[in-house]
Design a protein around this ligand. Structure first.
Ligand SMILES: Cc1cc2nc3c(=O)[nH]c(=O)nc-3n(C[C@H](O)[C@H](O)[C@H](O)COP(=O)(O)O)c2cc1C
Length: 193
């Protein structure tokens, strides 16, 4: 029996390995992962990830396509403990801010907001347009945690993996999950100062 159920959504933004590492970290904490991947996120995995699409597909307990509106997590009757969208595109942020729930990612996020469950949005874009800033502000007002994918450097990262671990640790913090993987050698260290 897994301790919690968390939705992880990957959208078509750069920084896709942040999302993949979050799935690995949640699994190492015995958390049931429900992963939604957008069509553009698949493209980004092929473009930039250190993971192959086939390897990625083996990670989640449950994997959904973005257009699978009949999935169990499309209903608030399925009890979920929280959701993180990482990386989150400007487009998906806009969809959620305006309750455009025409795909499973926006639908599941809208359920988190209405059920008052943690919704963590790892926005990946720079600079940010006025419209995107307005949408992020709206989502923060609705209760979402806005989580810019901007790793700190105070832990003196030496590799890309160090940067990915930093962001992964912060994502776990936002979901109220201890950021130390007990059964792995990886310390998802977000260094609280
Ligand atoms: C390689 C690649 C990188 C992209 N990076 C970003 C990004 O960092 N942020 C962003 O908002 N959109 C980015 N886009 C554009 C989005 O993929 C595009 O707006 C898409 O419609 C988003 O759809 P989704 O949110 O359903 O995945 C990127 C597209 C590609 C192909």
């Amino acid at each position: 029996m897994k301790s919690k159920k968390i939705i992880v959504a990957l959208t078509g933004a750069s920084g896709i390995d942040y999302g993949i590492e979050v799935i690995k970290a949640l699994s190492s904490h015995n958390i049931e992962t429900h992963v939604i991947i957008s069509e553009w996120a698949k493209q980004v995995i092929e473009n930039e990830s250190f993971n192959t699409l086939d390897d990625f597909k083996k990670l989640p307990d449950y994997l959904y396509k973005e257009n699978d509106m009949s999935a169990a997590i499309s209903s608030s009757s399925t009890i979920i403990d929280g959701m993180v969208i990482i990386p989150a595109t400007v487009k998906t942020v806009s969809n959620i801010a305006h309750a455009n729930t025409d795909n499973l990612i926006a639908r599941a996020a809208d359920i988190m907001l209405k059920m008052r469950k943690p919704l963590v949005i790892g926005i990946r874009e720079t600079p940010l347009s006025p419209a995107c800033l307005q949408n992020l502000n709206q989502l923060s007002t609705f209760g979402a945690i806005i989580f810019p994918l901007s790793p700190g450097f105070y832990h003196k990262p030496e590799t890309i993996q160090d940067l990915v671990n930093f962001i992964t640790g912060k994502a776990l913090d936002c979901l109220n999950i201890p950021n130390f993987a007990e059964d792995s050698k990886v310390h998802y260290n977000s260094y609280h100062y």
